[in-house]
Design a protein around this ligand. Structure first.
Ligand SMILES: [Zn+2]
Length: 106
């Protein structure tokens, strides 16, 4: 039976924490020392996250995380009130477009 890809919100807390730092561009050595874990643990966590999300490139990880932010924004932004007109929303949208370009160029 094919396993369903998990959503970002279904990752473990530690996986999500490492994925966020990694996608934000922090080096693996920095992530390891700031979370007090071994570098191999960071590598293993990122590899596990790729499998869980059904992806194989960093750009895909970045895009999924921004999409997660957009979904949260839909629910919580008081400025937009369902119309998606605030600056935060525009910024998130342009980030997604950016990662889509990176992905299609890969
Ligand atoms: Zn908004």
């Amino acid at each position: 039976m094919p396993r369903r890809n998990r959503a970002f919100g279904e990752l473990t807390e530690r996986q999500a924490q490492i994925a966020l730092l990694y996608a934000a561009g922090f080096a693996r050595t920095y992530i390891a020392s700031s979370l007090c874990v071994e570098e191999v643990t960071v590598d293993a966590s990122i590899a596990r996250t790729y499998v869980d999300l059904g992806i194989n490139r960093k750009a895909q990880l970045c895009k999924i995380m921004v999409e997660t932010e957009v979904n949260a924004h839909r629910q919580y932004c008081a400025d937009c009130q369902g119309r998606f007109i605030c600056l935060t929303y525009e910024t998130l949208r342009s980030k997604i477009k950016h990662y889509q370009r990176v992905e299609s160029a890969a």
